[in-house]
Design a binder for this molecule. Structure first.
Ligand code: HEM
Length: 499
């Protein structure tokens, strides 16, 4: 009896998903949109969901299948998405006609990540506008200048640590995670940690556990994103992707920090200070949510890009030498490093841009349609498509960065693409590592400063060399979100003796 009922339910379940899948095909065909059929439940993201290839590669397959289209249909699990391929249309959607696409999809379903429910990545409408306005004030150039000295301290800890690592290959994924962790602990949570010396400190362990999703976390996340009903069921069952232990750990840091500052009248130029200074009623959980999101937003992105930066330097000694010459010349003139000197290094800027082009962590700029909008026909002779409120639109980033139509020999790492001379030749909206328009990355200035600072220190102090464990060429690890090399980033470093 039990078996028979299970079988009936299973069959109904399968029929429902096949129906959903076919309904998406019907919608695309009816509207004359090209698409790749995919499979029920997973749509076009089967291989990345199973960890067989990167999410970017799933999207790239759809992007490449229809070179003549301005936009196509994409099936993300059980959801139909309009995939925008054309830079001109991206400009309209993210800037010119922003009011039609002002919202973003819920990144962390509030049912399984309540602390992040109020964070900016999750909010839309009026609430988002107000929050963006307020939080932007925490990320201006002058705020970055104030945070800079404590970031320099962290970068010097890394240099001291690496000086003792010259005999054996060094794991740069791990080192850069520790750097990202310590800079963000300082900037967003107001605490100093040295994770290369105190390797098992509680902040590092908890932050790493929170950012490293287990297989179970990934399954829960996948299901909750697919269906509000499933997300609600998980909420009732008390399933969360961040454990109470992790949440309480970050809550306590913020609460103690606020108490200490109030009791001792301490003013520290960091994120908490700026949030406490903002108008409105910010309770400690709101502040914890924002700080926790900022930490998550930058931890994996910055550290994984930095590991790739170092990997590519080991594989490209000529580029490394040019970078060294620029940094060394600047260090000789400016005895003490400051924010403006760092920002003025042109080749360093070109190098980071080129890494962000070739290995963009961005993947897509997602937008949700808020008012009915008519897209021009996807091809000459085609018919316009009406995007309806609530519909999800993806402006693709990585496939455009790697399209030879926009970037000649895209596989070649060439920082000179971004030189003063060449940059004007880059077509608008074909370089989007931090997104575009009013919803572009809020942490852009912070992340850029954080990444440039450690690259400066690494290249000034060490020669980064390929070793027997360095993979060449770099191939993308089949993860859903992070950009990482298969086999990690292992290099040998040699201390440069300054004469
Ligand atoms: C290298 C590191 C980072 C990269 C590559 C990156 C990239 C991105 C991208 C591509 C978006 C979507 C933009 C769009 O849709 O137009 C985004 C959004 C966002 N990022 Fe970052 N990000 C990084 C670090 C950070 C950091 C450190 C923070 C900390 C505050 C942060 C905060 C945000 C926020 C709040 C949003 C949502 C903005 C909104 O919806 O208004 N990001 N980021």
């Amino acid at each position: 009896m039990f078996l028979a009922i299970s079988f009936i339910f299973f069959t109904l379940f399968c029929c429902y998903f096949v129906y959903l899948h076919k309904r998406i095909h019907y919608h695309f065909e009816k509207n004359d949109l090209k698409y790749l059929p995919g499979v029920p439940v997973f749509g076009n993201i089967l291989l990345s969901t199973l960890g067989r290839r990167h999410n970017v590669e799933d999207m790239d397959a759809v992007y490449k299948a229809f070179p003549g289209e301005r936009y196509v249909g994409y099936i993300e699990g059980t959801k139909p998405v309009i995939l925008i391929r054309d830079p001109e249309l991206m400009k309209r959607i993210t800037i010119k006609d922003f009011e039609y696409f002002a919202d973003r999809k819920e990144f962390f379903p509030v049912e399984i990540a309540p602390l992040l429910g109020n964070s900016m990545i999750n909010t839309n409408g009026y609430k988002w506008r107000e929050m963006r306005l307020n939080l932007s004030a925490s990320f201006t150039g002058s705020k970055m200048r104030q945070m800079f000295p404590s970031m320099v301290d962290v970068s010097e800890n890394i240099v001291s640590y690496l000086k003792s690592c010259q005999a054996t290959p060094v794991d740069m994924v791990d080192t850069m995670r520790r750097y990202a962790n310590d800079t963000m602990a300082s900037a967003f949570f107001g605490i100093q940690v040295n994770s290369v010396e105190n390797r098992n400190n509680e902040f590092y362990k908890t932050g790493k556990d929170a950012a490293d999703f287990t297989v179970l976390d990934k399954v829960c996340y996948f299901l909750a994103v697919q269906s509000r009903l499933l997300a609600k069921v998980m909420q009732i069952l008390g399933i969360q992707i961040f454990s109470m232990k992790q949440i309480n750990f970050f809550r306590d840091i913020i609460a103690n920090n606020i108490k200490l500052r109030k009791q001792n009248n301490i003013s520290r130029p960091d994120f908490i200070h700026h949030l406490l200074d903002l108008p409105g009623d910010w309770n400690p959980d709101d502040i914890t949510g924002q700080a926790f999101f900022a930490f998550l937003a930058g931890y994996e992105t910055s550290s994984s890009i930095l590991a790739i930066c170092i990997h590519e330097l080991a594989l490209n000694p000529d580029i490394q030498e040019r970078l060294y010459q620029e940094i060394r010349a600047s260090a000789d003139v400016h005895k003490e490093l400051n924010y403006d000197t760092l920002a003025s290094l042109k080749y360093l800027d070109c190098y980071l841009n080129e890494i962000n082009r070739k290995w963009a962590a961005a993947i897509v700029m997602d937008r949700i349609c808020t008012r009915t909008y008519e897209l021009p026909p996807p091809r000459e002779g085609g018919k316009p498509y009406k995007v309806m409120p609530g519909q999800l639109v993806y402006n693709v980033v990585n496939p455009v960065h790697m399209d030879p139509k926009y970037h000649v020999n895209p596989e070649v790492l060439d920082p000179d693409r971004f030189s003063d001379e060449n940059r004007p030749n880059i077509k608008q909206f074909t370089f989007l590592p931090f997104g575009m328009g009013p919803r572009r990355c809020l942490g852009l200035q912070f992340a850029t400063m954080q990444m440039k600072l450690i690259l400066y220190q690494m290249v000034l102090n060490f020669e980064i060399q390929k070793c027997e464990m360095t993979t060449d060429p770099i191939r993308m690890y089949p993860s859903v979100l992070i950009i990482k090399s298969i086999g990690g980033t292992w290099v040998r470093i040699r201390h440069r003796l300054r004469t």
